[in-house]
Design a protein around this ligand. Structure first.
Ligand code: PMP
Length: 355
């Protein structure tokens, strides 16, 4: 840190993203990306359509994309907000809705950016512990009288709560925003999206980074009542009005035209998830039930940190956190069947060597 940085950030602990090795020599199962490339239509759209127009700014209103998403989800464009990844969307939401008088609560084990945004913006936050087995008890979130953020399904656990429970949380906090982060909704979960027609305090966030194979394009979107979307727009126009670039817009429009391709990929990932879990069961691993494109698992013989390091030395990257409550556990993204076979082979090797 230089001597010029504002001292208000002295205590800030920035988010640590998963490793992104640029040589691409790893079997990369650490940041929940899709192992499948974008559809051929997406690749064609980016090459051809917009490159020659890059000298011009993108549409700050994102009309084409908002229109298409609105049509797909049965809402109006005024119910749709676009952001440069759902990370930016989450940040805008924390900025728009949280402050000293409007604190925020979220699960103690969840997406690492929530506490970072709270800290960055000086928003008081309560981190509600999960129950035994990393189970989220919806009762902990009902009638709290503060803003609530829940990843559903949760990360890194992979567990989900039913839509009826979300409705109860939204219904019992009518004066606060309930943000449901559905980054992983398309791998077997049930979206709470229909509830936005009934509750004006529900903000549903999704992303193109997982199911839609567009992590590098950086596109997230929110669906909510017109009022909440207008609030987010106000923040966006105060930070970066051209937050979605032309190439990403072209890619995203073509993505929405290739839905069948992505559904097929999701099916493969769900099958590979079941296969990987079964194989890990045979080795005595404990794996939480997952409705996402990753699993949260622990080895009976080798600690989480050691297993992470041993896998990395053998060319397989997974995610591990040095946090006491989860230090035994690894989060493993579901890749292709071939990638998971390599992962499983390396795991068997390491266990054998551990004796
Ligand atoms: N929410 C959750 C729960 C996540 O795990 C992630 C990705 N790591 C994000 C949001 C952010 O995704 P993106 O910014 O790529 O849309």
């Amino acid at each position: 840190m230089s001597r010029y940085m504002s001292s208000r950030f002295d205590a800030l602990e920035a988010y640590v993203p998963g490793e992104q090795p640029q040589d691409m020599q790893y079997v990369k199962l650490n940041t929940n990306e899709s192992p499948f490339p974008p559809s051929p239509e997406v690749i064609a759209a980016v090459n051809a359509a917009e490159t020659e127009r890059l000298n011009r700014y993108s549409d700050p209103e994102g009309k084409a994309l908002r229109g298409k998403l609105a049509e797909m989800y049965g809402v109006t464009p005024n119910n749709v907000f676009l952001a440069n990844g759902s990370d930016e969307l989450l940040f805008f939401a924390f900025m728009a809705f949280c402050d000293g008088e409007r604190p925020v609560a979220f699960p103690g084990i969840s997406y690492g950016f929530y506490p970072v945004y709270a800290q960055l913006l000086g928003v008081p936050c309560t981190q509600i512990p999960l129950k035994e087995g990393f189970v989220l008890d919806p009762k902990d979130y009902c009638g709290r009288g503060e803003n609530i953020v829940i990843a559903n399904p949760n990360a890194p656990t992979g567990r989900a709560i039913p839509v009826a429970d979300i409705e109860e949380i939204v219904r019992t906090n009518p004066d606060h925003v309930v943000l449901i982060d559905e980054a992983y909704i398309d791998f077997g979960g049930e979206s709470c999206l229909p509830l936005i027609h009934k509750y004006d305090n529900l903000l549903v966030c999704q992303t193109f980074s997982k199911f839609r194979s567009l992590a590098g394009g950086r596109l997230g979107f929110a669906l909510a009542s017109e009022g909440l979307i207008a609030d987010l727009e106000k923040i966006k126009y105060s930070v970066n009005s051209y937050n979605i670039n032309r190439l990403t817009t072209a890619a995203a429009l073509a993505t929405l035209d290739s839905n069948g391709y992505y559904l097929e990929n999701s099916k493969k990932i769900q099958e590979t998830r079941a296969y990987t879990t079964t194989e890990l069961d045979k080795l005595g691993f404990e794996t939480l039930p997952s409705v996402t494109n990753f699993i949260f698992t622990r080895c009976p013989k080798v600690g989480g940190g050691a297993l992470y390091r041993e896998l990395k030395a053998r060319g397989v990257l997974v995610r591990h956190w040095d946090r006491a409550e989860i230090s035994d556990w690894l989060r493993v993204t579901i890749g292709t069947r071939e990638q998971m076979d390599i992962f499983l082979d390396k795991v068997r090797e390491i266990i054998k060597e551990a004796g």
